[in-house]
Design a binder for this molecule. Structure first.
Ligand SMILES: [Ca+2]
Ligand SMILES: [Ca+2]
Ligand SMILES: [Ca+2]
Ligand SMILES: [Ca+2]
Length: 556
């Protein structure tokens, strides 16, 4: 019942330099009706595909009344895949990269068909845009799981009683009580439970403040044209840099003025994991209080979180893509824009010197609300209780509905002086950007004062077609189309998305904090938003009506 494919389209990015967007694949997957559909129908050159396995088929009705079928996973391929007329062998000739691509593609296609039957009926936002209202909702949540926020002071016995009356099992304590405000628990409901009824029963319990779906979030990016190579880092340029692009972030001018960042400034990357050993990132990803020795050195509750923590896998390996680069491309891409090194190779980030810590909660299937909350609190705790100078988190993800529990976690980050930089979102199933004022896109649309919501612009200064906007709820534009950065394993790719615009702004926060070490989060946010370059395409549809101008921001 839940539209898994629409969540995937929001940006589960698939592999290496993939020319064709998810939209093409997904629209193909929804368009072709004969069963089983040949791979050619998905735009894949069947002669090169060794085997295709259809894991699941699910028929339904599209908004137009047309039937659609969703398909399973492509498992193995002999050499390369042609997608949408683009020969992948031209994209990347190395066999190991192709293998990585194929694995990623399989994961992506699999993500189209994540079984969602039995999901609790929850308040999901309607699908907006130019298409007629469909019957299936956009937001996706984990079937049979809910988050329960308790009233302040609810005792363990009272919480147990609330769980007991609906036979729910405690999966984990997402937020512990006093000090962090109200306790939040992730509960698993009995197999046959009616989600709506259970939610009503729980909400009626005096110890319960609210009940929420365990939302699933996805990345806000899609791969873009791999053949685009000239002047590739346009997002870092300014009008007078060499090479120049007046619609870039003007980071180059800040560097020319000697402002290149500081190793004393930390950024939290809440995303997929990061390939921390990437030649352009090695040494940049580090939790300073931890060493790899089997002991929780900094006593934050996470053993050997040397590079961060994997909340999805509940382990300390934040990079899980191996030497194939089969995972963690998106997180690695974001990290490169924030802080790839100047080492005469590859790309360079907004900051030449910065430290990042990974809170991995996304994988090819997305990530959950409960893990996202723990990721946000992980950085708040590192800053408040372990002395790590975290100035911002980068949040290039979205897709779930409203969550009081996540909003509260972002508020805790705010009280710790951590900015929450978030992707405005990449439209909806039609791939066309939406107005967040009328159709909120979380987490970017939370009203917390530390949130900065980022739209994406193109190299010619247009609002990217996929980018959400909002005169009241989207703050600023930044480069988000055809953005080259680091990807796993030791590779580089060009992606597009508000996912890519966001780390330009997060990077600017870090660069500002490096040159203004005493500045508060509010001061940094004001400096960024009060120094934007007026931009016609953003005028009237974003709060500032302008695009990121890092050189001007640093002068504030
Ligand atoms: Ca630790
Ligand atoms: Ca340790
Ligand atoms: Ca892991
Ligand atoms: Ca480099």
């Amino acid at each position: 019942m839940v539209a898994a494919f629409s969540a995937a389209m929001m940006g589960t990015e698939c592999g290496v330099g993939w020319h064709t967007t998810h939209k093409a694949l997904i629209s193909a997957a929804t368009r072709w009706l004969p069963e089983p559909t040949p791979t050619t129908a998905l735009g894949i050159d069947e002669t090169r595909v060794r085997s295709v396995r259809w894991l699941r088929e699910e028929s339904g009705r599209r908004h137009s009344g047309e039937r659609f079928v969703r398909y399973g996973s492509i498992t193995t391929c002999t050499q390369s895949i042609t997608l949408g007329g683009t020969d992948m062998s031209q994209v990347d000739a190395q066999a190991r990269r192709r293998t990585g691509f194929i694995a990623s593609l399989a994961a992506c296609v699999a993500s189209l068909v994540v079984p969602a039957a039995g999901a609790a009926p929850m308040p999901l936002r309607p699908m907006p845009g130019a298409m007629p209202a469909p019957t299936s909702p956009v937001a996706e949540s984990v079937p049979g799981e809910v988050l329960v926020g308790y009233v302040p002071g609810a005792s363990a016995a009272e919480r147990g009683q609330a769980r007991g009356q609906v036979d729910a099992r405690l999966v984990k304590q997402v937020v512990s009580g006093p000090g962090n405000g109200r306790a939040v628990e992730l509960l698993r409901l009995p197999h046959a439970a009616n989600g709506g009824q259970v939610a009503r029963q729980l909400t009626a319990d005096p110890a319960v403040a609210y009940v929420e779906p365990n939302w699933i979030y996805t990345e806000q990016a899609t791969p873009s044209d791999p053949y685009f190579t000239n002047g590739s880092l346009w997002g870092m340029y300014g009008g007078r840099s060499n090479p120049a692009n007046r619609y870039g972030s003007n980071a180059a001018a800040a560097w020319a003025a000697g402002q290149t960042g500081s190793a004393r400034v930390y950024v939290g990357v809440i995303d997929e994991g990061i390939q921390m050993s990437h030649p352009d990132l090695a040494g940049r990803v580090r939790n300073p209080g931890e060493t790899a020795n089997g002991v929780d050195d900094d006593k934050n509750g996470y053993v050997d979180d040397v590079f961060g923590w994997d909340f999805a896998g509940n382990d300390n390996s934040v990079y899980d893509g191996g030497t194939l680069g089969a995972a963690d491309n998106h997180g690695t891409h974001v990290a490169g824009t924030i802080g790839a090194k100047t080492n005469d190779g590859g790309v360079v980030g907004v900051n030449w010197k910065v430290r990042m810590i990974s809170a991995k909660f996304l994988d090819a299937q997305g990530g959950t609300l409960s893990d996202a909350i723990q990721a946000v609190d992980y950085f708040t705790d590192l800053k408040l209780n372990h002395g790590v100078n975290i100035v911002a988190t980068n949040n290039s993800w979205g897709g779930g509905g409203y969550s009081q529990a996540l909003r509260d976690a972002i508020d805790r980050a705010n009280r710790a002086g951590i900015l929450f930089v978030a992707a405005a979102g990449n439209g909806d199933i039609d791939g066309i950007g939406d107005n967040n004022d009328t159709t909120p896109s979380y987490p970017a649309s939370y009203a917390n004062s530390n949130v900065i919501s980022v739209a994406a612009i193109t190299r010619t200064g247009a609002l990217a077609g996929f980018s959400n906007y909002g005169p009241r709820s989207v703050d600023i534009g930044a480069p988000g189309q055809d953005i080259w950065s680091t990807t796993a394993y030791d590779s580089y790719s060009s992606y597009s998305g508000t996912s890519m615009a966001t780390p330009h702004v997060t990077g600017a926060v870090a660069l500002y904090a490096a040159s203004h070490p005493k500045a508060s989060a509010a001061t940094i946010k004001n400096a960024l938003l009060n120094s934007t370059a007026p931009t016609t395409s953003l005028s009237g549809i974003t709060r500032t009506g302008g695009r990121l101008n890092i050189k001007a921001a640093l002068a504030k």
